[in-house]
Design a protein around this ligand. Structure first.
Ligand SMILES: Nc1nc2c(ncn2[C@@H]2O[C@H](COP(=O)(O)OP(=O)(O)O)[C@@H](O)[C@H]2O)c(=O)[nH]1
Ligand SMILES: [Mg+2]
Length: 417
């Protein structure tokens, strides 16, 4: 058998792809919501418990007028409500000491949920990579609750979560729970085997899309981080380009939703509608990796499927592997790290040691993000930062709060105190 195939079949995504999903995103307009609905949205954002979120979403939904332009938004909101009701129900059952546990507390730098059709080897993969005690069986539906385990890559730990399969094309409380798990995670690994993987992949992708979960990176992306501490105003960092609006338009839009303190990050090409979509959280993008498992059964076919999937999935990384042979997983940590667009940043006190443990941040993170993650007072008292690493022209260069960091940078923050 040609084991060489396992290595040649690893592809890394080209993250600058222009794609079709983005076009769909652009056309699902929800603008022109009445002021009453906008004012109610902030309650949804601020809800702390699932119960509060359910109540706020119900109230928001009742203020959204029923017409074609709001159909997607209303469908999304009712699906979200179903997920949240499942979560509340689960907690109630758990208190009574019964039923499966679907909500998994995040640990490590990122959480990655392992999904896919029944019996493809999801549990076997999580067990192989993390040692988690998860049940492996030759019959489908053997996993009935998510099981977490930790995977190490260099000085970064990832949490992998084995999950029960989604049942395609049926809305059920079971599916709502699995979707809820996926919505809250940072990335997904899709495990397929040699049983019609292309078709299975497309089914899964469509199922997720109908719940507002996208597997492809849109051309433009907006991240809105609301400030919970302190009045920082509305800060907009442009890593790409605004197509049809100005920074001031973004500020006005946020203010119409009564948001006065937030950091808006714009990646790629973005319209004002994209900003509103991000605000309403109707579309979330989950970076993904595809694994074709059981390649031991027919390596040639597995590699063929791998190439096809790579092409039809906008160059999502595809790994052709076999748990049985323990092959194909050599680069999984590196691929997860790259797919998540993470960077490691090391903090350093003035005249002090460099921190041993890195801060794990998203690509595009700024000095502001580092200051914020240390302490809220660091943002208020910030004067300048000194940087060593790839993001600066010379070691120890002085930069401001908006400076965009790179993987491996060392950051020394100087404050007024
Ligand atoms: N031939 C082969 N069988 C595998 C491989 N990985 C898992 N299996 C088998 O596939 C079945 C389902 O595995 P499991 O991990 O429970 O799949 P899950 O339902 O997706 O979690 C079990 O009988 C496994 O032993 C593999 O790489 N090759
Ligand atoms: Mg399983």
């Amino acid at each position: 058998m040609d084991t060489h195939g396992f290595y040649t079949a690893i592809y890394l995504a080209n993250i600058n792809q222009v794609n079709i999903i983005h076009y769909l995103w652009r056309t699902t307009m929800v603008t022109n919501l009445p002021a009453e609905a906008r004012a109610k949205w902030i309650k949804v954002m601020e809800a702390k418990t699932p119960e509060e979120k359910i109540k706020a979403l119900e109230e928001f939904l009742s203020a959204v007028p029923k017409h074609k332009g709001t159909a997607n938004l209303r469908l999304w909101a009712s699906k979200r409500l179903a997920e949240l009701r499942e979560l509340v129900e689960e907690r109630r059952r758990r208190r009574a000491g019964r039923g499966p546990r679907f909500f998994i507390e995040k640990e490590g730098a990122a959480q990655v949920v392992v999904i896919g059709p029944p019996n493809t080897g999801k549990s076997s993969i999580v067990k192989l990579l993390t040692g988690a005690k998860t049940k492996i069986a030759s019959y489908p539906m053997s996993t009935n609750e998510p099981v977490p385990g930790m995977l190490r890559y260099k000085d970064v730990l990832f949490q992998l979560v084995d999950s029960p399969p989604l049942i395609i094309g049926r809305s059920s409380s079971w599916n709502s729970r699995v979707i809820g798990l996926i919505r809250n995670t940072d990335a997904v690994i899709i495990v397929l085997d040699l049983d019609d993987p292309v078709h299975r992949y497309l089914e899964l992708k469509n199922e997720l899309e109908s719940s507002g979960i996208l597997l492809y990176k849109p051309r433009g992306r907006v991240v809105i981080e609301r400030s919970r501490s302190g009045k920082v105003g509305i800060r907009v960092t442009i890593m790409g380009k605004l197509i049809d609006c100005t920074i001031d338009d973004i500020r006005k839009l946020l203010e119409s939703y009564r948001i006065y303190n937030a950091h808006v990050k714009v990646y790629g090409e973005v319209t004002i509608n994209d900003v509103e979509q991000a605000l309403l959280e109707t579309k979330v993008y989950k970076p993904s990796i595809i694994i074709i498992n059981k390649a031991d059964l027919n390596i040639r076919r597995a590699v063929e499927y791998g190439k096809t999937l790579w092409k039809i999935s906008e160059n999502t990384p595809v790994i052709v592997a076999s748990v049985k042979l323990g092959k194909g997983f050599e680069k999984i940590g590196e691929i997860i790290f790259k797919t998540l667009d993470l960077i490691r940043v090391y903090t350093k006190e003035p005249n002090g040691e460099i921190a041993e443990k890195p801060l794990i941040l998203r690509k595009g993170a700024t000095v502001f993000d580092v200051a914020k993650s240390i302490h809220k007072d660091f943002v208020k008292a910030f004067q300048y930062a000194k940087i060593w690493g790839k993001s600066v022209k010379y070691p120890g260069e002085r930069v401001g709060m908006d400076h965009v960091l790179e993987d491996g940078d060392i950051v020394e923050i100087h404050t007024k105190i």
